[in-house]
Design a binder for this molecule. Structure first.
Ligand code: NAD
Ligand code: UDP
Length: 338
């Protein structure tokens, strides 16, 4: 296949590009490096079938020659990233998604949308099946991400129903692993960076909120299976191993051997209290199951961060300066959405 991967310079996108290249596909990676970085894909230039296109997908993007699939992953994903870029996040979820759908339509290509468990908001049913419509605050600070992704799902299905575009939607639950930015503000990267720097681990509220953490290799296998299938979805992709944030902090301290303290901070607005996917659809439609335990995945991620000591000090300082409940008004973007 020849696959365009928007957001291919980011954490998940770079792993997806690599997985596709390793099995012999050709990849056109599209990114504007707003939250991704060139280092993530530097090693991919050794594949003759790898191409990079520097572009903002909110603008019209054309890819010459044939495309068999378009995987649309471009979007800020960590809460501090999208809270700092509210308008860009809405734009990439709406206009960016429609541009990528039109690209797929022009090429007669399959379109894969990287949606999110955030479409369930602060869920009133637990665990979450794909039938659940969610509980999202449409006017809260997180709405720029949640509603953009809900719109992205809606516009994808509209292109499917009205124009016959072959669409597949995956709803990704918290995924972690190598190539996360040390200061992206997500819980796994923050705790590991803080533990390795000997800084306090910043647990929000009492740490009793839960997430289900999926290791990146498992997730990418699921995305590739979805690309290869004809399923429309939405399909949940996540590891149902649910942990409290406090348990995660303990585990990171144990795996790093760190003597860091745990420090408690206020919970960001509308932070969901619990999250666990039902993955029956993924098992039945894609034959997919996560294989890497949280302990093993964290061990691999800690080893990766440990090998980058220069990033740890800088990362820990940046987290201190930019926690998500402290993004001041006026430090956000002002790019118009429309
Ligand atoms: P990331 O920030 O590392 O990657 C996103 C990439 O998109 C970056 O390289 C960024 O530069 C690029 N990008 C953003 N806006 C763009 C634009 N307008 N034009 C071109 N490129 C643009 O985040 P990630 O964790 O790799 O997430 C990838 C996708 O998966 C996102 O769509 C995110 O919503 C989704 N997702 C991720 C998770 C997770 O746990 N990592 C969970 C749910 C959903
Ligand atoms: N969290 C935390 N400390 C941090 C970063 C996050 O306690 O330094 C909590 C956050 O409040 C949330 C959970 O960890 O309950 C997961 O946060 P993350 O930003 O990784 O993902 P999301 O909220 O998007 O699921």
């Amino acid at each position: 296949m020849r696959v365009a991967v928007s957001g291919g310079g980011g954490f998940l996108g770079s792993h997806l590009c690599e997985a596709l290249l390793r099995r012999g596909d050709a990849v056109v990676c599209i990114d504007d490096f707003s939250t991704g970085k060139p280092e993530n894909i530097a090693h991919l230039y050794e594949f003759p079938e790898f191409e990079f296109l520097l572009a903002d997908v909110c603008e019209d993007v054309e890819v010459p020659d044939r495309l068999d699939a378009v995987a649309h992953l471009a979007s800020p994903a960590s809460p501090p990233d999208y809270l700092r870029r509210p308008l860009q996040t809405l734009a990439v979820g709406s206009r960016g998604t429609e541009n990528m759908l039109r690209l797929a339509q022009r090429h007669g290509a399959r379109f894969l949308l990287a949606s999110t468990s955030e479409v369930y908001g602060d869920p009133l049913i637990h665990p979450q099946t794909e039938e659940y419509w969610g509980n999202v605050n449409p006017v809260g600070p997180r709405s720029v991400y949640d509603e953009a992704k809900r719109f992205a799902e809606a516009v994808s299905l509209a292109y499917h129903r009205s124009h016959g575009v072959d669409v597949g939607i995956v709803r990704i639950f918290n995924t972690y692993g190598p190539r996360m930015r040390p200061h992206d503000g997500r819980v796994v990267s923050s705790f590991i960076t803080q533990a390795l720097a000997g800084e306090p681990l910043t647990v929000y509220r009492d740490g009793k909120q839960t997430r289900s953490f999926c290791y990146v290799d498992d997730l990418i296998r699921g995305i590739v299976a979805m690309l290869d299938s004809s399923a429309t979805g939405p399909v949940n992709l996540g590891n149902p191993e649910e942990r409290t944030v406090a348990e995660l902090a303990d585990l990171v301290l144990e795996l790093t051997g760190s003597m860091s303290e745990v420090e408690y901070h206020p919970l960001p607005t509308d932070d969901p209290t619990r999250r666990r996917p039902v993955i029956t659809r993924a098992q039945e439609h894609l034959g997919w199951d996560p294989e890497v335990t949280v302990e093993e995945g964290l061990r691999r991620t800690v080893a990766w961060f440990r090998a980058r000591p220069e990033d740890i000090t800088v990362g820990a300082a940046a987290i201190r300066g930019g926690r998500q409940d402290t993004v001041p008004v006026g430090q956000q973007d002002t790019v118009p959405v429309g």
